[in-house]
Write a protein that binds this ligand. Structure first.
Ligand code: THU
Length: 132
């Protein structure tokens, strides 16, 4: 089985999702080839919950890596799970537009896209150029 898929499926088992009962797993490959994983971590104060993608990004950055080259997200959803808007922006912070993102179901359905397709018109640092 593909390394990213296997890692995302495995970490999904650790998700803390007692409120939505919707477990999500994410796996990212960093520039040096290392795979980082994250799962959603919900909280009784609902807005404090974090997405699987955010957890994987935090793990990658904490390990000293700063570039995503590939991503895989999986959930027990009827159709491939798409990263939420906030996570699209978070992923775009560390990955170029051509980064391959595979969205999947635990049942084995996969949909492949790119960061640019997920977040057209991303807000980037250049937008802040020249502001006084
Ligand atoms: N969730 C993720 O972790 N990643 C996604 O791509 C979509 C949504 C989580 C957040 C929350 O814990 C649960 O799924 C339901 O929204």
């Amino acid at each position: 089985m593909d390394e990213l898929k296997q890692a995302a499926l495995a970490v999904r088992e650790n998700a803390h999702a007692p409120y939505s009962n919707f477990k999500v797993g994410a796996a990212l490959r960093a520039a040096d080839g290392t795979v980082f994983v994250g799962c959603n971590v919900e909280n009784v104060a609902y807005p404090e919950g974090t997405c699987a993608e955010a957890g994987a990004i935090a793990a990658m950055v904490a390990a000293g890596q700063g570039k995503i080259t590939e991503a895989y997200v999986v959930a027990g959803s009827p159709m491939p799970v798409t990263p939420c808007g906030g996570c699209r922006q978070k992923l775009a912070e560390f990955g170029s537009g051509d980064v391959r993102v595979t969205m999947a179901t635990t049942g084995g359905v996969e949909q492949v896209t790119t960061l640019a397709e997920l977040l057209p018109g991303a807000f980037v640092a250049a937008h802040m150029d020249g502001d006084a």
